[in-house]
Each structure stands twice: as C-alpha cells, then as structure tokens.
Design a protein around this ligand. Structure first.
Ligand SMILES: *Cc1c(COP(=O)(O)O)cnc(C)c1O
Length: 232
C-alpha cells in the first residue's frame, strides 16, 4: 500500500509540476489536497509519511473521526456540503471550508467562530455549470454574496471553489475553469472589504491538469492518490 500511494503521489506531483510549467507558473503556487474520504487512517498516514499535509474530507463525521488519529500539523479541508447543525464541529478543526454557499450557513459559521474566538477561512462554492444536482452559488450570485460576506467579521473569504461536471474528457471543463478564474478576477477588481480571491480550488483526478493551466491554486485529488473509492 505504501508503495502504491508513493507511486501515485509521485505521478500526481509530476503532473502538477508539468501543468504549472506549461502555464508559466511555479509548482509551489499549487497546493495538492489529498482527498481521503472513505479511506482508512493507515492510508492517510502513508500519504503523510510521503510529505502530504493537506487532506480533504466531505463528511463532518468522518473528518472528526480522523482528526485525533492523525498528526496535528495536518491541514484539514472541508470540501463537502456543510449543514448548519454540523458547523460547531468543523470550525476550529478545518483549516479551510470550501463549500460556503448560503447565508444561513454563513451566520452559523460567524456565530461559532465568535464563540471560539477565531476567524474561519472559507471559499465560496460556485456551481459553474448550473447543474441541478450540485450545491453552490450561480455565477451571477457570487459577487453579491461576496458583498454580503464582507459584513461577517469572523469569516474570511479567501477565494472560490468549484466542482466541474463529471466528464471523461477534461478539455470539456476548460471553459468552466476559465469562467471561475475570470469571476475571481472580476470580484477582486471590486476591492470588496475583507474579501480575498487568492485561492481557486478547482480540478479533481480527471481534470486537475486543465484546472491548473487555467489558474487553480488548489487541486483536490482523491482517486489519483488513494485509488477508487468503494461505497458500502
Ligand atoms: C471526492 C471529491 C474530490 C476528489 O475526487 P477524485 O475524482 O477522486 O479526485 C474532489 N472534490 C470534491 C468536492 C469531492 O467530493
């Protein structure tokens, strides 16, 4: 297993570096998030031993279960849909919440961050292709929503996140990644108080190289590192 993950990681890191180079960027600008959902702790420890420090989970319960089992210098990323009643467990554990897309959730995060006397770092999730099945703000809603977020002093918006459509042909998602990048540039140009656009979380196993070519600063790779997931 150790070897399997080592090989995969080597491959993913090389492809990240190559994609960065193709687009005239430095690979150090891109953070690889090892998406470890459904995978057991020993697999995460293998990736940790190989230098990974950023892990992504999409379920609060699973994140909370793994959190105490792994070294404290790991940065946990909450990449899945978040319900307001689970916010208490995530604030203080997750280094970054990638999935903020509604005011009720923002209010819950603000309240919990006040209680914990902290500031919560988040990304605004954008449903770039307008898919019915996906969470996230529409492209049109993102800027007005960012303006609303500006009033929440315990929430720091650091950028945008998107889950592009599933496709076997990554080139098909290029236009979506480009739209997210442009949206970030447009929002940044508005200089909204307390709203940063330095992080673009986009690209998964099937399309992370295209995402990097279009400006991703975080890629979320699960299958490419840990192998296929089996859901029971
Ligand atoms: C599962 C998941 C990923 C990783 O998907 P892979 O195709 O396995 O790389 C990335 N982002 C989100 C939001 C996910 O839920």
């Amino acid at each position: 297993m150790e070897n399997y993950i080592a090989e995969n990681l080597k491959n993913v890191r090389a492809r990240i570096a190559a994609a960065a180079q193709r687009s005239g960027r430095d690979a150090s600008e891109i953070t690889l998030i090892a998406v470890s959902k459904t995978k057991p702790v020993p697999m995460l420890l293998s990736a940790y031993g190989l230098g990974e420090r950023s892990f992504g989970e999409n379920k609060v319960q699973e994140l909370c279960a793994k959190f105490p089992e792994l070294p404290a210098d790991i940065k946990w990323h909450m990449i899945g849909h978040l319900q307001t009643n689970k916010v208490r467990q995530v604030v203080g554990r997750a280094a970054l919440i990638h999935s903020l897309d509604n005011l009720r959730l923002a209010a819950a995060i603000q309240k919990e961050a006040e209680k914990q006397d902290t500031v919560c770092q988040v990304l605004l999730e954008v449903n770039v292709a307008g898919e019915e099945s996906k969470y996230g703000l529409s492209l049109d809603q993102a800027e007005p929503f960012a303006r609303e977020m500006s009033k929440f002093d315990r929430i720091r918006v650091c950028g945008l996140m998107t889950v592009a459509p599933f496709t076997e042909a990554p080139e098909k998602n290029r236009k979506y990644f480009r739209q997210i990048k442009q949206l970030a540039v447009d929002i940044r140009a508005k200089n909204i108080d307390n709203i940063g656009m330095e992080i673009l979380s986009m690209g998964m196993t099937g399309d992370y190289e295209v995402a990097i070519e279009e400006g991703a600063t975080m890629v979320r790779v699960g299958t490419g590192i840990f192998g296929e997931r089996v859901y029971h």
